[in-house]
Structures are given as C-alpha cells and as structure tokens.
Write a protein of this length. Sequence first.
Length: 412
Amino acid sequence: MKITDLPERCDTLWFNANLLTLDEAGGGLGVIRDGFIACTNGKISHVGASAAMPMHLCAGESVNCGGRWIAPGLIDCHTHLVYAGSREDEFEMRLEGVSYEEIARAGGGIASTMQATSSVSEAQLLAASLPRLDALLAEGITTVEIKSGYGTSLDAELRQLRAARQMGRIRSVRVVTTFLAAHAVPSNQDKQAHIDDVCARRIPEVAGSRLADAVDAYCDAIGFSSRQVSQVFEAARQHNLPVKVHAEQLSHQGGAEMAARFGALSADHLEHLDEAGIKAMAASGTVAVLLPGAFYFTRETVLPPVEALRAHGVPIALATDCNPGTSPLTSPLLAMNMGATLFRLTVAECIAGFTREAARALGLQERTGRLRTGLDCDLSIWDISSPGELVYRMGMNPLHARVVRGSHLENE
C-alpha cells in the first residue's frame, strides 16, 4: 500500500453544498459550486470543489447539505449588547422633531442608559442581554463584539465586561470584548477629569483583569475631542491593547485620522469622514465599519463616503450597532439590506462586511471570516437559491444551521 492510499480522517465533512469562501485574492465572494468542507479539531482541514476532494478522506460524521449554501459564520463587529433599560421615550421625542444631539445634551441619550445599567447586578445584566444575543445567533452570527461604556463607575464597567464574557460561555459563540473607555461623561463629572481617570486608573485595571480585547472611544462633538481620545489611546498602547474609535458620526472631529495614526483596528460610523481621514485609514489598514441601523434610526441624511473608501482601498465592514438609543437592531440580515439600500453597497460588499472584513475589524482575519484551510470552522448554512437572497429579503431568515469551531448547531 502506498502512503497516499492511507485514509485521511476528519471529524466532520459537509458535502453537496455551494460555498461562499470569501477567500479570493482580489476580494469578492469566492463562489464554489458543488463544494465540500472538512473539519478536524475545530479547524477547516479541507475546502474546495467536490471533484478535488481527497479520495481517501474519512469522516466521523458526514453531512449532506442538499445543495444549500455555506458561508463563513457571520460576525457582528460592533455591538453594545450588554445594557439595562430602554429608551423608547426618546424614540417618540425624535419622531416629534427633537434631535439626538438635543436629547443627549439635555441628559438623555447615553447618560440615561448609563444610569439604568449601573443600577443592576451582573446577573440582571446577563438576563437582559441574552435575548439580544440569541436574536443575532438565530441569523447566523458565530462571532460578536460586545462593548462596555454604559457604566457610571469602573465597577459598573467591569460588570458589563464580565457579563459579556459570560455570554460567550453560556452560548456557542465567540465573544470579543471592548472596553469603551470614553463613551460619555458620568453625571456631575468634568470631561477632562474623566479622561484622566480613564487613563490613570480604568485602563490599567481593565488590562490587568484581562476582561477586554480592545479599547474604544467616542470622538464627536457630544463625545470627546480628538486630543482627549488620543490620550486614551496612548494609555491603551502602554497596556498593549489595540484600539477602535466611534468617529465622524454627527460631525467631523478628525477622529478617524487620529485613530489611524495609532493603527486602529477600525473606525466606525464615518458619515462625516473627510479625504485626509480616508487616506490615513488606507495607509494604516484601519477598517471602515459602517452602521446603517444607526443611520436609519436617527434619520441621518449625510451618507458615509463609500465611493471614496472604495477608491482608496479601505476595507468596509458592516455591523448592527445594537444599542438601546440609536440602533435597537438585532438582525444582521436586515443590516445587510440597509447597507445595500441606504449606502448602495453591493451584495458582495454586504456579505463580506459581515464576514471577511468584520473579522479584519476585530483583528481576527487569520482565525475566522473566510472558508480557508487552517481557519476556525465557523460556518453559516443557508436555504437560499443565490447569495443575493441574503441581502435582498427583509424579515425572512433562511438560516439552516450554524457551525461554531466544528460544532454543528441546527437552527431552532
């Protein structure tokens, strides 16, 4: 017997499937019709056309996909899932013509959620937040980023981060946590004094607890200045934490350009992004995370500069931005549709935005987000006739199953 005739074993084999690998050198969807995927020890060990399947591949379990489509598991790279309270009253105010900025300056907005979130226990936070996570999982999410930022104190921030980590243990999903160090100023505190405390005390404590994978900040007219956010990022750098930024959402403050100088993983929102910011992001590899749910919900009119981002080769990701005030959205599929209809992204850009580019925005591009040998076997299996159906439909969920690091989970 030749060595090449010996059986090669894998744990699970999915076959009779169409694949969206998201692994083409020039981008795109990387479509393979009549393909297969093999998984060994939670990693993709083979992926390709069925005609190229190794003849002696033996699987512990074989799954006939019946011609369904397999894509990488979806990734929501920007959420505020862990919070308490609700802000439907502000929604009614905005319907009556009050702007989000006016509400925030009057003590509503983020500050009201900070009060509600800080008044409950970690267990209560977990119970309130799990239904939101479950809604994301039901539409194919296998990795989710969860930010803090709703604590009036460091202890409250740590409760949020611990609850987020716990969600990743309770559910089959990878949770990436972000310390949103400078989101809003707790009541009766000076803005600069708060930034000084974030840098001197909060970031070192969070870094020492290993509860956060990155640091974020809100750089805008009603948030913090570029100089203040730069101070936060310097502190994060000292503790070897990568950074992300909320920037250029309501006004141009130069936050994206500044964050790019720190090698930020992503700059998010970006409706008021200028040419200098785009060039800086392109040079640093910083991902543009567009958040159409917030754009829609707050009835914004200034579109992010998608054509300029494309022209400069800036990677574009999409996310739900699930939060109680400006994007109470728990549907990645609807976020894709909004990305297409509101921002004029293509089908390929929308799907890549929730897979390959979302992984890049979290620094996970060598672990997930594509169907590629050696990456984690995170899959979403869809009952669709073509990839465009994922972006085209509204209010319909064609998910058949999720696979998280090789574990097959039927959609219930």
